[in-house]
Design a protein around this ligand. Structure first.
Ligand code: ADE
Ligand code: ZN
Ligand code: ZN
Length: 249
């Protein structure tokens, strides 16, 4: 039993933005799709929405059939270096580029089309979680032990879910809150499909993310990082919309 619990805990630690984070990104994207993209996506997914399918690539992680996808959720950029490719660790960037190219070609089966669309939605979200762009030393903060209001956890998990869940908003409430102050002009300015731009911004946030003092994290860490976290979620949503609008023209 103890082994089972350890196994469950250690796999859940490696998940991406938690469920709420991915749904927020999915909902914001959904609201900013072009009519063309909306229509084509509905043709692939049927009666569902991006928030609802956004967590599927995490849900299948326990099925050995999908083991080959485990390194599609993150990438690595070493300290002081540019992105050097998937050899540095993690195929997230490679997969978004590959799938964005493949999807509009019309060569995929219905099922593959659906799966690949789900992966794009999920991975673009992941790449906005600063620790999914790792530095190559600590598995994206999974190896950085911290406490969160006295509970033992790790820095990766604080960013995937603990800070978001602390807000106690539903994903629909949070997606609305985050966009509240934006003008239409500002929204249009956020529609950027350039993957390296948003990956670099995640990586550039590390100075702030890793500023953890003695590692006992609670209110002070939240005050310092809430704005950054919400900005990453907001941009995740708009960048995802831009990627999808680009694919489905
Ligand atoms: N494993 C190795 N690096 C990782 C990262 N940045 N995020 C999640 N899992 C990882
Ligand atoms: Zn994660
Ligand atoms: Zn993920």
């Amino acid at each position: 039993m103890r082994y089972l619990i350890t196994l469950l805990i250690s796999t859940s630690m490696l998940f991406a933005w938690g469920k709420t984070g991915h749904r927020i990104v999915g909902m914001i994207a959904e609201e900013n799709l072009t009519p063309e993209a909306k229509e084509q996506i509905a043709g692939i997914l049927g009666h569902t929405d991006l928030a609802r399918i956004s967590n599927w690539p995490d849900e299948i992680k326990s099925d050995p059939k999908w083991d080959h996808t485990h390194d599609w959720h993150y990438c690595t950029i070493f300290d002081g270096k540019e992105y050097e490719g998937p050899e540095a660790g993690g195929r997230a960037i490679q997969k978004v580029v590959e799938f964005s190219d493949l999807l509009p070609k019309g060569v995929l089966s219905d099922r593959d089309q659906k799966n690949i669309l789900c992966f794009i939605v999920h991975i673009v979200g992941d790449l906005h979680q600063p620790l999914h762009v790792g530095n190559g030393t600590d598995r994206g903060g999974n190896a950085v032990d911290v406490t969160w209001f006295r509970d033992s956890t790790n820095l990766h998990s604080v960013w995937d879910s603990k800070m978001i869940d602390h807000m106690q908003y539903s994903y629909t409430e949070y997606a609305q809150q985050i966009q509240l102050a934006l003008t239409d002009e500002e929204k249009a300015g956020l529609l950027n499909p350039d993957i390296m731009a948003y990956v670099s911004a995640s990586r550039a946030a590390h100075g702030q993310v890793y500023d953890i003092g003695d590692g006992n994290l609670s209110w002070k860490y939240i005050y310092k990082n809430r704005e950054l976290m919400e900005d990453r979620l907001l941009r995740g949503g708009f960048h995802l919309a831009a990627v999808l609008n680009n694919i489905f023209q």
